[in-house]
Design a protein around this ligand. Structure first.
Ligand code: HEC
Ligand code: HEC
Length: 210
């Protein structure tokens, strides 16, 4: 009970602090003090949690949770902030932040399949939207299809060939940019030198997710 009270006090202090800050400089963001910071991670949920979970209270709230919580439990906790306390976060945020918290503070492992799906699904979904337009606009689909060979290999076969290759993204981005020949047959693939690094990345991500 004492803990709950002091947490509420902390929450009020944080809100007052934020309100003062908001009127003075609406666009600046203060990070919580070092002791109450989120634990660093390479997972995408780390940055999101820093942005979105520090608005109402400090990261101490996460430290106060019992250790060993699962992906489902941490995702439910983030979902509760959204549904019960009105945290301005999307369903995607909930799943990405839940994955980060479960690995960093709970019992989940970064390479668990369900953790990876929760953590990466939104990024792939976003890439798919851009990538489809890029495929259309660059005539990729006149030579390629997802699931059968046309002039060039099926994207599903490309994904399978490089599935275990840690350099897959770099190789595909380079093949698309510079073209190539001899890897799949005698017909060469023309270069697409005008594509930006972002475009190349989104195309390679899309192809690898087939
Ligand atoms: C809109 C404000 C708001 C935001 C944003 C917010 N929370 Fe909370 N959070 C609360 C409130 C209110 C409580 C309950 C405080 C209390 O009981 O003193 C709470 C409590 C908690 C607790 C303690 C356990 C519990 O269920 O009460 C945890 C853990 C927590 N939040 C995690 C998060 C995470 C993770 C995020 C980011 C996804 C987040 N919070 C974002 C308002 C918010
Ligand atoms: C004129 C036909 C043609 C067009 C247009 C084309 N490709 Fe290709 N693509 C090929 C051929 C042929 C190959 C096989 C080359 C080889 O054997 O090395 C290939 C291979 C590839 C590969 C596999 C590369 C590797 O390293 O194994 C990828 C990825 C790829 N294409 C993506 C794309 C994308 C993305 C676009 C549009 C920006 C595109 N292609 C447009 C014909 C084409």
């Amino acid at each position: 009970m004492k803990l709950v009270k002091s947490m509420t006090a902390l929450l009020c202090a944080a809100q007052v602090g934020l309100a003062t800050l908001a009127s003075a400089a609406p666009l600046s963001i203060t990070l919580p003090p070092e002791t109450a910071a989120f634990k660093p991670s390479t997972m995408p949920g780390y940055a999101l949690a820093q942005q979105k979970c520090s608005v109402c209270h400090s990261a101490d709230y996460i430290n106060f949770q019992p250790p060993g919580m699962s992906l489902a439990q941490w995702t439910a906790e983030a979902g509760k902030m959204q549904h019960v306390y009105g945290a301005p976060i999307s369903d995607q945020d909930v799943s990405v932040i839940g994955a980060y918290l479960a690995v960093t503070y709970g019992s989940a492992k970064a390479n668990d399949a369900d953790v990876q799906a929760a953590s990466n699904a939104p990024a792939v979904a976003v890439a798919k939207v851009d990538a489809k337009a890029l495929l259309q606009n660059n005539a990729c689909l006149s030579c390629h299809a997802i699931d059968h060979k046309v002039v060039g290999p099926a994207y599903r076969d490309v994904a399978a060939k490089y599935a275990k290759d840690p350099q897959a993204m770099d190789r595909l981005m380079s093949s698309i940019q510079h073209g190539g020949s001899g890897k799949w047959g005698d017909v060469p693939m023309p270069p697409f030198a005008q594509l930006s690094p972002d475009d190349l990345k989104s195309l390679a991500t899309f192809i690898m997710s087939q």
